[in-house]
Design a protein around this ligand. Structure first.
Ligand SMILES: [Zn+2]
Length: 277
């Protein structure tokens, strides 16, 4: 993982000139230098770059039962995401199960491309409700444009001023701009989310899962299991990109009463037709 250098003052000035926006759903102020459409384009490439070598080794979707389980859960979460942001109906929603027992990780890129690693399944042993909390949380990062936000940070921090200026001049199709965006996308995947982004994803994720019919109490047990499984063993990829405050469990627990009516609602839950790939 390559961490960007400290932001230059000039880059920060540009960011402050260009990047003010409000996060969807929560209205938190965000610095968005990179438009979401650019983040989605760059993520498309990052997704195939990530999966192609694994596919060659036969490590993608090689367990039909696990794949079916994960797809059954995510196909219920996606309609709830679309309910929040109807334009995400046009996203290329899909999920890959990556056979990597050592990696406890899951993500959802800008544009709806997701993955979950077998390490998370084998080491955390999550219930369906807990998988729904993991993926609901990941989808929420994408819904709230956190990838575009992290790409903006990566761009500014690399001091890519020419690129930044080109972007501001709506010259987003310039090859140099595209290359810098691709680099920023690749860096952004491994950059940790901020605490603000984390609590935003927690808040949206628990509601997506509850509305999809998954028990909000699982948000709390998931984090307990995650910390227990990875606390002594050291690093988990997921925890390294999802920094956790001590108060996270309490904050999630406090949301449960509000979420129960969604969870207990007996109406039929919509299911998204996930593309087979
Ligand atoms: Zn997170």
């Amino acid at each position: 993982m390559r961490l960007p250098a400290a932001p230059t003052v000039a880059a920060l000035v540009l960011v402050s000139l260009a990047g003010c926006a409000s996060a969807p759903v929560t209205g938190r102020n965000q610095f968005l230098l990179v438009p979401e459409s650019q983040a989605i384009n760059a993520s498309r490439q990052a997704y195939s770059d990530t999966l192609a070598p694994l596919q060659k080794e036969g490590k993608v979707n090689n367990d039909p039962a696990l794949r079916a389980r994960v797809e059954r859960i995510t196909s219920r979460l996606i309609p709830q995401a679309i309910r929040y942001r109807p334009e995400t109906q046009a996203w290329d929603w899909q999920i890959a199960v990556i056979d990597d027992p050592k990696t406890i990780n899951a993500w959802c890129m800008a544009g709806g491309r997701m993955a979950i690693y077998t390490g998370l399944i084998q080491q955390i042993r999550p219930s369906d409700d807990e998988i729904a909390e993991v993926m609901g949380h990941e989808i929420s990062h994408a819904l709230a444009k956190h990838a575009a936000e992290r790409m903006s940070v990566a761009l500014a921090s690399n001091g890519a001023l020419q690129v930044t200026v080109a972007l501001l001049g709506s010259n987003g199709n310039n090859p140099a701009v595209q290359q810098a965006l691709q680099q920023a996308a690749n860096v952004a995947i491994s950059l940790p989310n901020s605490r603000g982004q984390e609590s935003e994803a927690d808040r949206i994720g628990i509601e997506l899962a509850a509305r999809a019919g998954y028990d909000p109490a699982a948000a709390v047990t998931l984090w307990q299991k995650m910390v227990k499984a990875t606390g002594s063993a050291g690093k988990s990829d997921w925890l390294s990109t999802h920094p956790s405050g001590e108060k996270r469990e309490q904050a999630l627990a406090a949301l449960i009463p509000q979420m129960l009516p969604y969870y207990l609602d007996k109406s039929e839950r919509p299911v998204y037709p996930l593309k087979q790939h």
